[in-house]
Design a protein. Structure first.
Length: 537
């Protein structure tokens, strides 16, 4: 095998590897494995992204319906409770979802006894944590509503969402466990699709049909998580039934689990708080109507997080496996490819928001939310930077540098708190957006530097010139399209704009000749489409 690539080099390109593989050179085996990795990454990311997009679309529909039916004040109360529940879903598991992937991936298909113990102890520990924290939140709901947020009407919202804490924790761990198999459709179904789909159905019945208002909105969300947990249990048995029935002893202690999960969980907590604490501080400093507007503004801005999460979902078990096997060259190349694809997927919507932010938020949420346009654009810029740096956090965690990521995320969280307290009082929700964007750039920019320093990985090379050219060309097309659209057609035009941005980026990339890994992705997607058409046609 050829000497391993120098850590500072950006010269490894899949096209060269594939060509050598085809010629039967000394790197043929490595190149074939790398091509297989890229296909697996592309297929898994595509499935996960479809699930994330579908789930985000369902969630957005729920949010839009509730925002319009409840109004900014009442929707602001719902948004505070929902934000706290989402934060609990990240904080309470204490890194167990990452630990399941870290320890379960090497055992998949090799040691059923060890895999069984990892799954059972992870689910039991996470469920116990969820019960304890959910009970604590239920008991302190009155104090939080009246003393901290000074919003008495928030009390039933907090009590209702407290019941769902254990459910969202189990959903996160179950979804992570299915990713061990690298069959991403199961993870997408559990974590992204079941809950918002059930919630949407109940919102239509309870809020729109029966007029239950805020009470119906909270109940529909909680019951949605009940359905997701039930579906998760069935899918885990389908995937790992053989391992779960395995009765031979295996050594995996709770201490071993905690040694990895606790530092990882603290890093995850600080990362999540960096992304979400601005909403709670908006609720502390500003009236409920501003919270509702800010919540609406964050929905479009968080799309890049969803896209990056789709790539991380399939990339994380691959990192654990390849790093465990000391396959640094393959891992570095996958880092480059996944970052580039994440940036491709994030650019179209950002470009549309850049050209017509006021129109987008007005069309989606209504005129009452138009003041959220500028904060939405600022946050979208910060999240685009997040997508452009790739899976730096996951690389540090899965490579054993989780304590370093913990330090980075803690500093960024502290910076976000300080900036929010400084900027929100004079600038309102625009100040909150600025604080969030600066904190995101600090966290992921610093993380990128640490990945370079500790692992020698760097995601950028000559291939990104095509990304920049495609973005500039698409932006030119969108500006021209915007200038030529009549005022009466604006509502229709913004919906077309997102499609136009994606098509123009894709067309420019085709003209510039796509890289070999891009062609591999397209072939994999076309093969999957043909298979589905053949099955259902």
């Amino acid at each position: 095998m050829r000497e391993q690539l120098s850590q500072d080099s950006d010269s490894v390109i899949v096209a060269a590897d594939v060509k050598k593989a085809q010629s039967g050179g000394p790197d043929a085996d490595v190149s074939k494995e790398l091509g297989s990795d890229i296909r697996r990454l592309g297929k898994g990311a595509a499935v996960a992204l479809v699930g994330r997009v579908g789930g985000r679309a369902l969630l957005l529909i729920n949010q839009v319906i509730l925002a319009r039916l409840l109004g900014p004040d009442t929707f602001g109360l719902y948004a505070l409770g929902w934000t706290m529940l989402q934060m609990a879903g990240t904080i309470v598991p204490l890194g167990v979802p990452q630990a399941v992937v870290r320890y379960g991936s090497p055992a998949w298909g090799k040691d059923n006894g060890y895999l069984r113990v990892v799954l059972q102890r992870s689910l039991f520990f996470a469920g116990l944590l969820g019960l304890v924290v959910g009970g604590a939140l239920f008991g302190s709901a009155e104090w939080l509503a009246n003393v901290i947020f000074q919003k008495p009407d928030l009390l039933p919202v907090l009590k209702g969402f407290a019941l769902a804490v254990v459910l969202i924790v189990l959903v996160r761990v179950m979804a992570a466990a299915t990713r061990i198999s690298q069959r991403m459709q199961f993870s997408a179904l559990i974590e992204d699709l079941l809950q918002p789909a059930i919630q949407l159905l109940l919102v239509a019945v309870l809020v729109m049909g029966l007029g239950w208002g805020l009470r119906g909105a909270v109940l529909s969300a909680v019951v949605g998580f009940v359905g997701a947990v039930g579906g998760g249990m069935l899918l885990l048995w389908h995937l790992f039934g053989r391992a779960l029935r395995h009765v031979s002893p295996a050594s995996f202690s709770l201490r071993e689990l905690l040694a990895f999960s606790l530092p990882t969980s603290m890093a995850g907590i600080f990362t999540m708080l960096t992304l979400r604490v601005d909403r709670l501080l908006v609720g502390y400093f500003l009236p409920a109507s501003d919270v509702g507007i800010y919540q609406a503004a964050t929905q479009a801005a968080m799309l890049s997080v969803m896209i990056l999460g789709a790539f991380n979902a399939i990339f994380s078990p691959m990192i654990a496996r390849l790093y465990h096997q000391n396959q640094q060259q393959r891992l570095n190349e996958l880092f480059k490819v996944s970052t580039k694809w994440g940036l491709y997927a994030s650019l179209p919507l950002f470009l549309v928001l850049l050209v017509v932010p006021h129109e987008v938020i007005t069309i989606v949420f209504g005129k009452d939310y138009v003041t959220g346009a500028v904060p939405m654009l600022i946050m979208a810029g910060g999240q685009l930077f997040n997508a452009a740096t790739g899976a730096v956090g996951m690389l540090l965690i899965m490579s054993g540098h989780h304590k370093r990521w913990f330090v980075l995320s803690g500093v960024s969280f502290a910076a976000n708190i300080l900036l929010c307290m400084t900027l929100i009082p004079p600038l309102g929700i625009t100040g909150a957006a600025l604080a969030a964007a600066v904190s995101i750039v600090l966290l992921f920019g610093w993380g990128l530097i640490e990945v370079r320093r500790l692992l020698g990985f760097w995601p950028y090379d000559r291939r990104y010139i095509k990304v920049l050219l495609a973005a500039l060309g698409s932006l030119t097309v969108l500006i021209g399209f915007r200038a030529g659209v009549e005022e009466s057609l604006q509502g229709f035009a913004e919906l077309v704009g997102i499609t136009l941005a994606g098509v123009s980026i894709f067309s420019i990339l085709v003209l510039l000749k796509p890289d070999v890994e891009d062609r591999e992705l397209l072939r994999a997607l076309l093969a999957r489409i043909k298979r589905y058409v053949g099955n259902y046609g």
